[in-house]
Design a protein around this ligand. Structure first.
Ligand code: ARG
Length: 467
């Protein structure tokens, strides 16, 4: 770090900044991550200034060449970041002036760091949203394909984590997929409000130069310039919106993780995760731990924390820009990194899930999961539902005593509880019969799952890249 003093605003000061205060107020150690977007924004700003005659074409070209070289220096790791220069914006501007002299000092005409930083973060968020969307699409695609392949695989469905009714594994996976569909929609919706340009708001009130904000917006790919300069430099609701998308997504991933962790246990034994997604224990040689889903489940907490942090950061802030807003970056960066990595882990892992079909099937058979089917059967034969419920309850009690599933009882055994029961009862007591009977849109029947998977594929194709 060089010890340069801050030339950008030193004029009205009569003593140098306290060394601790300089460190305390500096953001360069983390906001240098915005360098690429900062340069992108500056090039657009200079181009616009030349277009409206505030800069000459020579000045514009010198600025663009200088900034492009600075970009290279940063990428090569040769840029000397200076804490006394406070932040990414002043570091880059100071370096530009080093390189091209007085013309470098003209870049900041008609703008402020307030509209500059708000623009940088929005450019950054837009880039990251696109990367995150690509991982989300990859995960959704893998999940839909796995669901389609597992449309006939039977497992117990649970309520209260107690065996309830048989479902297909494909149906379960498509339930996850629906959660992700809504997350995807929320992400794209958030992107619309991210993609609005603060540049031109200057410090808070706009600028006296004849700027053309439509030109800079078009150059930067923004949908439009922000409507109100005070709002443009101050609000970070788009960051809150992103972290709330991220929190809901992480909540969903944590639910999936929890199930994966349970399913890999010897007690459930429903799936196998390939070794490359697991780790061992340094003391217990037999262990194979589902670290990836456990860690995703654990990382949910920090993302929720960032949402709370940003909401609280924004709370009660008077218009317009306040230094508080410098605190938006670290939570946002961490939320972006966490969500991207968790999605990548899931997109890699989900297609590799190996269901243990026999074990799932046995578990569905053990829990009297076709009890509702027996009740429905009796109702179809004219028994009132409450009476049917009672008859099946007695049959289950008998099954618990004799250790027999309903489908394993003889006709005579079942008839002890109702003379209405006939030979055809075995069509509904099988797991295959039970799932096949739930044959309506949204139901668990294998044919419905295959149809749902194909609808999901179409819906995903029309949503992706809609940004
Ligand atoms: N580093 C600052 C931030 O992140 C840049 C804007 C500073 N503006 C100011 N007027 N001090 O918010």
């Amino acid at each position: 770090m060089s010890q340069a003093t801050n030339q950008s605003w030193g004029g009205r000061f009569s003593e140098p900044t306290d060394a601790f205060v300089a460190r305390f107020t500096a953001s360069v150690n983390f906001d240098q991550r915005l360098a690429r977007q900062d340069i992108q924004g500056s090039i657009a700003h200079a181009t616009m200034l030349a277009r409206v005659g505030v800069l000459s074409e020579e000045e514009r070209d010198a600025i663009i060449t200088g900034l492009t070289e600075i970009q290279d220096e940063i990428e090569r790791g040769e840029f000397n970041w200076s804490v006394p220069l406070e932040d990414v914006h002043m570091n880059i501007e100071a370096r530009l002036t080093d390189k091209i002299g007085i013309t470098g000092k003209k870049l900041h005409t008609g703008r402020s760091r307030n509209d500059q930083v708000a623009t940088d973060i929005r450019l950054f968020m837009r880039d990251e949203i696109d990367v995150i969307e690509a991982e989300l699409v990859r995960l959704r695609e893998g999940m839909i394909e796995l669901a389609d392949r597992q449309a006939d695989t039977i497992m117990p469905g649970f309520t209260h984590l107690q065996t309830a009714q048989p479902v297909t594994f494909g149906h379960h996976l498509l339930a996850w997929q629906e959660m992700l569909t809504r997350d995807h929609e929320r992400l794209l919706d958030c992107r619309k409000r991210v993609n609005v340009m603060p540049l031109g708001a200057a410090a808070l009130a706009g600028t006296t130069y004849p700027i053309d904000r439509h030109v800079s917006a078009a150059l930067l790919g923004f949908e439009r310039p922000a409507e109100n300069s005070l709002d443009a430099v101050s609000d970070r609701d788009f960051a809150i919106e992103f972290t709330s998308f991220a929190s809901i997504l992480m909540m969903h991933l944590s639910r999936m993780s929890e199930e994966l962790v349970l399913w890999t246990s010897a007690q459930f034994d429903f799936i196998d995760l390939p070794d490359r997604f697991c780790t061992g224990s340094s003391i217990m040689p037999q262990k194979k731990n589902p670290d990836v889903p456990e860690l995703v489940r654990g990382k949910t907490g920090r993302v929720y924390g960032h949402l709370m942090g940003l909401l609280t950061l924004m709370k009660s802030q008077p218009l317009a820009y306040n230094k508080d807003n410098q605190e938006d970056k670290e939570p946002l960066f961490d939320a972006v990194d966490t969500v991207r990595d968790c999605l990548k882990a899931f997109a890699d892992m989900v297609p590799a899930i190996e269901p243990k079909k026999d074990s799932m099937y046995e578990a569905a058979r053990r829990g009297f999961s076709t009890a509702t089917d027996l009740a429905d059967y009796l109702v179809r034969k004219g028994v009132a539902f409450r009476d049917a419920h009672e008859i099946v309850g007695l049959s289950v009690a008998y099954g618990l005593k004799t250790k027999k599933d309903l489908s394993e009882m003889t006709l005579e055994e079942l008839q002890q509880f109702s003379s209405t029961i006939e030979q055809d009862v075995f069509d509904v007591l099988t797991l295959e019969g039970s799932v096949a009977a739930r044959n309506h849109i949204g139901g668990t029947a294998p044919d419905q799952v295959r149809a749902a998977a194909s609808r999901a594929r179409e819906a995903l194709a029309s949503l992706k890249g809609q940004a």
